[in-house]
Structure formats: C-alpha cells, structure tokens
Design a protein. Structure first.
Length: 331
C-alpha cells in the first residue's frame, strides 16, 4: 500500500463541512476544525468522528498550538460584506478577518485560503482588501483575490464566491488558480432521481423543464431568514425552474401528485444543489439543517482550489477512482 503524504489544515468557521469535505478530497487532513454553531459542529462530528472539532468561538483558538500547519482555511462570516446586509465591513463585530490574520501570525501556515461573498470584491471594500494584503505581506506572504462562480466547477447554481489565497513567497510562485471545468449540470439533471424517489410520475417532465442552473441558495441566519429559498427575486428564479421557493418540503413529491405539481426542495435536494455528496449527513432540526446547507461553501469549489494549493505546496494531484484525489510527492 502506498503512503501518500497528507497535508494538514487548520479550518476556522467550518460550518457544516462544505469546505472541509472539499479540502479533504484535495488531500488535506484536519488538525482542527473550529465551528461556533452547535448543530454545524455536530454535523462535522457525525460525518468525521475522528476529527478534532472545537465547538466555540475562533477567538479562543491559540494558533501557536498549530504552528507549521500546511494550510489555514476558513469561510469567515459574510454579513459584513453581503449586499443583503448593511455592509459595515471592518466596523461589523462579525468580521473575523482580523482573527484569521492573527492566527496566520501565530500558526505560520505555509498557505492560507479564506472565502467570502462577492460583496467583498466591490470597490468600496478595496482599502479593506488592501489592508489584508499588507498585513500578510509583512508576515512574508504573497496573496491574491479571485472571484469564482461555483457553476464553473460542476455545481448546479451560480453562487459566486470571493477567495483569498496566500502563501509563503517561495510557494506562491508555483500557485495557479484552478480553471473552469466546463458546462455545469442543470437542476433537473441533478435532482431528477430525488424528485422521482417516491414514484412521482411527473418527475421526468419536471426535470426537462428545470433545464438551467439554480440561483444562489440563501441560508439566512438565526436572526433573519427561515427555511425558504430566499428573497422574492430568488423565488421567482426558482419558479422558472418549476420549484416553489416558499418553503422546504419534508419529502419528495408523492406518487399521485399531478404532473403539473409545483414541488418544493427537500433539504437533501438543497444539499445536492450545493454539491454535497449523498453520504454527507446533517445534524439538527429542519430549519437548522437548511441553514447549514444554504450557508455552505460548495465542496467541489473547495476541492478545486485546494488541489491548486496542494500542487503549489509540492504535492501533485492524481485522480483515484475510489477516493477522489490522492497526493504524491512532486519530483
């Protein structure tokens, strides 16, 4: 049996494991996963019982305990930069970029990967982005920002994400952003088996109509948003795909549902829209599960970027039919 080198990752704001599972497929092994939400932390433990999961605030983590880790990664909270919020940026108490920078200084990882909403890419936050680059530069890192649509990596929704990758200078010279994979699958193609899982005879006709990618799933927060598919504009886009976006269903359409039935997504369907594997399960009640799914970083995107980071760190990705991606030392 060959022993491929494992790259270590310290992940903050891990959520329900979208980024976690993607990085795992790219060859990273978790030294620690940090998540403050109880149900999301339970989801991580449910799927990966062997992981060290810290349920609590990232402000309580001492990065010196993980000094020399290969990668510091995280999906830092998006409300400070989301167009749906007040866009307070650095003035928002939920801005955890300063904590991420603190951990970089303490842990001295070889690479850093932080993701956020596309609002952070707007011109008004240019000085803030530059302040992060300046802080990383002082610590010996080169860095770059890139805006990706998740649909570029096989995810059946647009879901733009703004990604920061930083590395020690010697490694960053070898880093290349991943390239788009091609045309994403449609919502109908991805969800047809689930829509037909209880015998609904209209599933095939529905799938043929749902012949586009989805709008971005909106998970909401504990204070705002429930188990539905977002604001009015998003619901209208879902309606064009033949989906009732006013709520989340407990199960797929019944066998006797009419062909003209307008189905709602189940949480399992929402997870497929985000790119989660069927084997990934979620802890908590219905609304909590939907919130976890809707706020996740799509695993295929994390896998693609993680793979590029792994190559720059001196590992070469090679596909394996059984386990996704394995790593071997670069020659």
């Amino acid at each position: 049996m060959s022993s491929a080198p494992q790259l270590s990752v310290l992940e903050i704001c891990a959520g329900a494991g979208g980024q976690s599972s993607g990085l795992e497929k790219a060859g990273f092994s978790h030294s620690l996963a940090v998540e403050i939400d109880r149900d999301a932390a339970a989801t991580l433990r449910l799927n990966r019982p062997g992981w060290d999961v810290h349920e609590g605030d990232v402000r309580g983590i001492n990065g010196r305990n993980y000094k020399g880790v290969d990668l510091l990664a995280g999906g830092v909270p998006c409300p400070p930069f989301s167009i749906a919020g007040k866009q307070l940026g650095a003035d928002d108490e939920r801005d955890l970029f300063p904590e991420a920078i603190r951990l970089v200084g303490e842990a001295q990882p070889t690479a850093v990967m932080l993701e956020n909403v596309k609002g952070l890419a707007s011109a008004r936050f240019s000085p803030y982005r530059q302040s992060i680059l300046n802080a990383l530069d002082k610590m010996g890192y080169d860095a770059d920002w890139q805006l990706f649509n998740s649909s570029e990596f096989g995810v059946p929704q647009l879901r733009p994400r703004f990604i920061l990758v930083a590395m020690k200078r010697r490694n960053f010279r070898r880093f290349e952003w991943p390239r788009a994979l091609g045309t994403p699958p449609t919502v109908g193609r991805v969800l047809a088996p689930l829509m037909a899982s209880r015998g609904w005879e209209g599933a095939a006709e529905w799938a043929e109509q749902a012949n586009n990618i989805a709008p971005t799933l909106v998970g909401g927060s504990k204070k705002h948003g429930g188990a539905d598919l977002g604001p009015t504009r998003a619901k209208q886009a879902w309606l064009q795909l033949g989906v009732d976006g006013k709520g989340i269903a407990d199960e797929a359409p019944a066998p006797n549902a009419p062909a003209t039935y307008l189905p709602r997504l189940t949480n399992e369907m929402a997870a497929r829209i985000q790119g989660f594997d069927p084997e990934w399960h979620f802890a908590g009640r219905k609304t909590s599960v939907y919130r976890q799914i809707g706020n996740a970083f799509p695993p295929p995107v994390a896998k693609a970027i993680g793979g590029s980071i792994a190559e720059a760190l001196g590992a070469v990705a090679s596909r394996s039919t059984s386990t996704g991606i394995k790593l071997r030392a670069a020659s």
